[in-house]
Design a protein around this ligand. Structure first.
Ligand code: ADP
Length: 478
């Protein structure tokens, strides 16, 4: 075997600190264990009984439960890195994963940040800047403002040029927050003020930009991997149109709507664009597809995505191991274990349901104590979760309890597998989104692949009411 494609020929890190919690901390732990790398977990006081603490080689408490005091506390994380003498940090998703200053601090402490460079995070992480950078790099964007809007007058001017409806978005936005749809000139002032204050309180930055609002889009995103030697590859797309409150609920790969020619054309365009911006490590480029099938860039996530698992299932590539190897200096071929030209996409079909601990009426996170927990198994089923029987779901963090994935030879088999896996997933003691997922999976339009990001609007309310009844039965152990 030639040295260039052998993953075993790269000297890897000896010890990695995982700056995260929950299922993603465990996911990274798995990759490290398989690569023979020692792990250091960090945890807040609320997480002392968490599985990532239990399975890591070392664990260091970094502060009180609130994330600002622990998982977002850069001095505390860096002190742990120094005490444990690690040579790299994996940030996972959320928390510090898209914080350019944190990546810089790592660099200055000679600890490798497993992700892109601080400059790339800065360029592609700010949403208005990323829009411009994407356009310069040859990706199609929606008509909208050139960067941040100075005030509501400018917003009104740009909206008139672009044509209503438009969407106001926070430059520092994320998690579906800080967005406002504006349908007429009369609405712009009130929405501008509301979006600005929401963005200021959620992100500490009230800057807004504006783009054309697409009425019935599909959300389709491309996964890329780039090494530190100028090579970039794409690993196909994920369809993430099943959302509520602009947050993803179900993801699948491939998209039921994208034809192979468009996939190839857009995938290559995305890879060229990432090469042009000098991007490295794993990243996701998000697009909206309009009713005519045109794709428009909306944002980039400069990190591992929650939904990376569906891509792993249909490509056979371990994205977390690839991230670690790339950060250690591997070529793309070494990172994925074969020549990128030989990637077969897709190998069957994969789907993921995000199982959240949430109130089925309001979708508000529902913390509590899990009294029974049984994960489904069998052919083609993968569960990424840090939950267990008698575990507490603390109220301080996001509500994701498990990612349930199903892989089949085709979409129909993946869907049937998902349905039976949802039936076989037992979580008692807390409310979860399992009943809602079962409802979605049974919906004829969902099964036909005919849906947009608005799918849940007509569906969520009655489903939430009915799922509430079932959920209550589930809580009672019925
Ligand atoms: P965030 O960073 O908060 O996740 P995104 O820009 O990725 O925000 O958008 C999240 C979701 O909001 C999209 O998947 C889509 O459903 C909706 N959205 C965003 N921009 C538009 C737009 N221009 N037109 C229609 N829907 C949009």
């Amino acid at each position: 075997m030639s040295v260039s494609s052998s993953p075993n020929s790269i000297p890897l890190f000896k010890k990695i600190l995982i700056a995260n919690r929950g299922e993603i901390a465990l996911r990274i732990l798995c990759a490290c264990k398989e690569l023979g790398i020692k792990t250091v977990a960090v945890y807040s006081e609320a997480d002392r009984h968490a599985l990532h603490v239990r399975f890591a080689d070392e664990a260091i408490c970094i502060g009180p439960p609130r994330s600002t005091d622990s998982y977002l506390n850069i001095p505390a994380v860096m002190s742990a890195a120094e005490i444990a003498n690690v040579d790299a940090i994996h940030p996972g998703y959320g928390f510090l994963s898209e914080n350019a200053s944190f990546a810089e601090v790592c660099e200055s402490c000679h600890v490798k940040f497993i992700g892109p460079t601080p400059a790339a995070i800065r360029l592609m992480g700010g949403k208005d800047q990323a829009r411009e950078a994407a356009q310069r790099a040859g990706l199609p964007i929606l008509p909208g403002s050139n960067g941040v809007l100075a005030d509501e007058e400018e917003a009104a001017r740009v909206a008139a040029q672009v044509g209503y409806p438009v969407i106001l978005k926070a430059s520092a936005g994320g998690g579906g927050r800080g967005m406002r749809i504006v349908r007429s000139p009369e609405e712009i002032a009130v929405h501008f003020a509301a979006a600005q204050s929401e963005a200021a309180s959620a992100f500490g930055n009230g800057a807004l930009y504006l783009e054309k609002y697409i009425e019935q889009p599909r959300h389709i995103e491309f996964q890329v991997l780039a090494d530190e030697h100028g090579n970039v590859m794409h690993l196909g797309e994920r369809e993430c149109s099943i959302q509520r409150r602009h947050q993803k609920l179900i993801e699948e790969s491939p998209s039921p709507r994208l034809d192979p020619a468009t996939r190839q054309k857009m995938g290559e365009r995305v890879a060229r664009a990432m090469k042009q911006v000098g991007y490295t490590n794993a990243g996701t480029i998000e697009f909206l597809m309009d009713a005519g099938g045109e794709l428009y860039f909306i944002e980039m996530n400069t990190r591992l995505q929650v939904e990376h698992g569906v891509t792993e299932l249909v490509t056979g590539v371990d994205l977390v191991k690839a991230q670690i190897r790339i950060a250690a200096g591997a070529s793309l071929a070494q990172a994925i274990g074969f020549d990128p030209e030989r990637l077969i996409f897709p190998r069957g079909h994969a789907i993921e349901c995000r199982i959240n601990a949430e109130n089925p009426e309001t979708f508000a996170p529902s913390a509590g104590h899990i009294t029974a927990f049984h994960v489904p198994g069998g052919t083609g089923v993968r569960v990424d979760s840090a939950a267990y029987s008698e575990a507490d779901i603390p109220p301080y963090y996001d509500s994701l309890v498990a990612k349930l994935m199903a892989h089949g030879q085709d979409r129909e088999e993946a869907l049937r597998r998902m349905q039976r896996a949802l039936e076989m997933f037992i979580i008692e003691g807390i409310h979860t989104s399992i009943p809602l997922h079962r409802k979605i999976l049974a919906d004829p339009e969902f099964r036909a692949g005919e849906f947009t990001t608005r799918f849940m609007e007509r569906f969520a309310k009655p489903a939430a009411r009915r799922s509430n009844q079932r959920d209550n039965q589930q809580r009672r152990g019925a």
